[in-house]
Design a protein around this ligand. Sequence first.
Ligand code: UD2
Length: 321
Amino acid sequence: MHNPGNRRPVVLVTGAAGFIGSHVNEALLRAGCAVVGVDNFRTGRRENLRSALEAPDFTLREADVAEPGVLAAIAAEVRPAAIVHLAALVSVQESVADPDLNFRLNVQATHLVAEAARASGVARIVFASSAAVYGEGAGEPLRESDLRTPPISPYGAAKLASESLLLGHGASYGITIRCHRFFNVYGPRQDPRSPYSGVISLFAREFSAGRPVTIYGDGEQTRDFVSVHDVARAVVLAATRPGLASGAANICTGRPISVNRLAAIFGSLVPGASAPRREPARPGDIRHSVGDPSRAAADLGFGAEWAVEKGLGELAGTRAA
Ligand code: UD2
């Protein structure tokens, strides 16, 4: 890195300019790591890096990790203690529309990360997996072993395949692999531009613009909404905590929150908010998804600290500012 006398552990973050990546950079820097962020800005955004770029221990590499050899060259140069692999095709809809691109960005790129780690003697990989690895009706709450039903999208299949690829590499070459199955992540910098963006990002935008939000179906469907601040903290723990074994863990709160409840909380935070519009349920929408958080607690000492009321309060404050 630019500071040869710097003894801080170097962590390489792929997808560093994304919604989650940008928070992970900042949390790693706060934890005393030096961060090399890699992004090709396909969906990542430069403004997400504004704060990290002010830190002397942050370096940005504009590069595509799905191109063979690219990440291997960066890892060989910076010799990171850990790689946090967040770069991905993040839209489930896009994975359905273009499964080939999903394979390249969500499977092949993971293999390239594993190979880069092997070649450069990287001790640990933290991988952004997803609750999308669980099939329909797999469990309530979902436990890590609830994999009897297959994923229902190319995206979920690619995340599950990537977990397997990484764990196989880890077992063969002595790399610790931590797969984090993120549930419904929300928070500042989440992009609300697509109609399929996370419901909280859409609600935050509509409430702040004084427009009614849309609730699909009866609104009693539930999700496990986890703040990006908690997610970033879980990643830092997985990247830095000594003595971790390989494995997968849900990163979730364990608390189901309905869409109606989200609308009610936002409504109480935004004075004069319009009443929600109702539309028919989205085809293929799952009814309930909540994770069991106990394995992350046992493995990492991680527990979500942001209740959704606090997280929505932050967004309402942010947007109003
Ligand atoms: C998203 C992904 C899913 C998986 C999961 C992670 C999509 C469509 N699905 O699904 O594949 O990655 O996250 O756990 O990307 N809703 C409204 N009004 C809105 C927007 C959404 O009522 O304006 C409802 C929606 O119908 C659903 C719930 O809110 O019942 C949550 O929707 P979401 O798209 O934020 O998340 P999810 O879990 O359906």
